[in-house]
Design a protein around this ligand. Structure first.
Ligand SMILES: CC(=O)N[C@H]1[C@@H](OP(=O)(O)OP(=O)(O)OC[C@H]2O[C@@H](n3ccc(=O)[nH]c3=O)[C@H](O)[C@@H]2O)O[C@H](CO)[C@@H](O)[C@@H]1O
Ligand SMILES: C=C(OP(=O)(O)O)C(=O)O
Length: 434
């Protein structure tokens, strides 16, 4: 297992370009199964989870050309449906969350799908009910086979219908949208997730000949068509990376330009960093974070302590709370970080406390951070990265801390951040992969 050795306390400077979005890539690359024609996708991030999904597609018989590292041309004209319940698929798909989104297009096009227990971050319970119940409402039947650990789905008699989702699950909505796009009749999904990556997926399906309306809202209407054609699609910049870089700049008192942020797609994210007191300028499509000695967390209008909490889009994504928490440790003032969706995502605060941060973990969902206001620096320690975002939060802490830190289990970080050590070195960071 690899680790990062970081020598902290150095200011960084320069320009960094965000990668294509990981969570968009997992939806979009699954959607290539919706057509037998070629689909060209650009701005693909070169990260473990996405590369694994591409390998899975290849093993299913999808032809993949990679003319450039960030561009693939997929053609799903000869798919081996049975591969999806092989031990090889079981093993590989168990390593990433995105694999569950192969089910929607498979059901739509081949009337058959197998859903294994998917992987992804171990950040709490991550149920698949929304996906399975959605497929069932469309008329698919499913049985769980304990002997192979798969849900076997069959969709011979699927028909468009009205679906009120129990919760606006992101991957669940993507799966149902993909299934409905080739299912006869009109499917209406209410309480749909509506984040930019889903908007991108719907726009792509429409370019392929699909008929989806309500894009960007929580009420989607999908008129099923008999077939879809090929298209081209470019991934948005990764908003979680962008947030991570804003946090990095503030914590390390660095001047960093984040180039090409897709500002209109960032929703409430910039405002939430401003509430932590971080200043930055929007310059065209770039975010420029200037060097700042200190930043002060805002209070509510009545003087009450700020709470930063996650909420389905257009609320704040849960994937940035770990980053915001670490940034708050050096702010002036206090904040309550409330992680509502996942119950095991805040335990990494133990490591920050060992580094000298002042945090009270109230319960698995809530952490009160009393900012040090730079009265003292964090201290470097040895730690292990429990999940992708906590891993990057710890990396940011290490880059701001005095002395040497070692971050183990960095495969978690590599799942979602492309060549992060190389890109940070280019900004002047002292980070080595061992
Ligand atoms: C591959 C991918 O795209 N992963 C993202 C996707 O995961 P994913 O699609 O798996 O997450 P879901 O949107 O299904 O929800 C995640 C968890 O939050 C709970 N939940 C969800 C909605 C809600 O209103 N209340 C609530 O408590 C669910 O029960 C579930 O346990 O969306 C999550 C929520 O933005 C992100 O953290 C993940 O990075
Ligand atoms: C939780 C995340 O990813 P996944 O859903 O792929 O585990 C994430 O990207 O922060």
């Amino acid at each position: 297992m690899s680790q990062f050795v970081v020598r902290g306390g150095h200011k960084l400077s320069g320009t960094i370009v965000p990668q294509g979005a990981k969570n968009e890539a997992l939806q979009i690359i699954s959607a290539v199964l919706l057509t037998a024609e070629p689909v060209t996708i650009t701005n693909i991030p070169d990260i473990l989870d996405v590369n694994l999904l591409i390998e899975l597609l290849q093993e299913m018989g999808v032809k993949v050309q990679r003319p450039e590292r960030d561009t693939c041309i997929f053609q799903a004209d000869d798919v081996d449906v049975d591969y999806l319940h092989s031990p090889a698929f079981h093993k590989k798909s168990g390593r990433l969350r995105g694999s569950v989104m192969l089910a929607g297009p498979m059901l739509a096009r081949f009337k058959k799908a197998f859903v294994p227990k998917p992987g992804g971050d171990k950040i709490g319970r991550r149920r698949l009910d929304t996906h399975i119940i959605g497929f069932e409402k469309l008329g698919a039947t499913f049985t769980y086979h304990p002997e192979d650990g798969f849900y076997h789905l069959s969709g011979d008699a699927m028909q468009g219908t009205y679906i009120l989702l129990d919760e606006p699950s992101v991957t669940g909505t993507a799966n149902i949208v993909m299934a409905a796009s080739l299912t006869p009749g009109t499917t209406t999904i209410y309480n749909a997730a509506c984040e930019p990556y889903l908007q991108q997926l719907c726009a792509m399906i429409n370019r392929m000949g699909g008929k989806i309306s309500g894009i960007g809202s929580n009420l989607l209407s999908i008129e099923g068509v008999s077939s879809l054609k090929g298209t081209e699609h470019r991934m948005l910049p990764d908003m979680i990376e962008i947030g991570s870089f804003i946090g990095l700049a503030a914590m390390t008192q660095s001047n960093i330009r984040i180039q090409g942020c897709g500002i209109p797609h960032l929703g409430i994210i910039p405002e939430k960093f401003r509430q932590l007191g971080i200043q930055f300028d929007i310059d065209g499509d770039d975010i420029v974070v200037p060097e700042q000695d200190s930043y002060e967390i805002q209070t509510y209008m009545d003087g009450g302590v700020l709470t930063i909490y996650d909420h389905p889009w257009p609320g704040l994504t849960p994937d940035l709370l770990s980053i915001m928490l670490v940034v708050a440790t050096q702010a002036r003032g206090s904040v309550l970080i409330h992680q509502k969706m996942f119950e095991s995502r805040l335990f990494f605060t133990d490591k920050l406390i060992d580094m000298g941060a002042q945090i009270i973990l109230c319960d698995p969902h809530r952490a009160a951070v009393i900012g040090l206001g730079r009265s003292q620096n964090l201290r470097g320690i040895t730690m292990s990265s429990p999940d992708i975002r906590a891993g990057v939060a710890l990396l940011i802490a290490a880059l701001s801390a005095d002395g040497k830190s070692v971050i183990q289990n960095i495969e978690q970080i590599d799942r979602g951040y492309q060549n992060i050590d190389g890109r940070l070195q280019a900004l002047g960071a002292h980070i080595v992969r061992e």
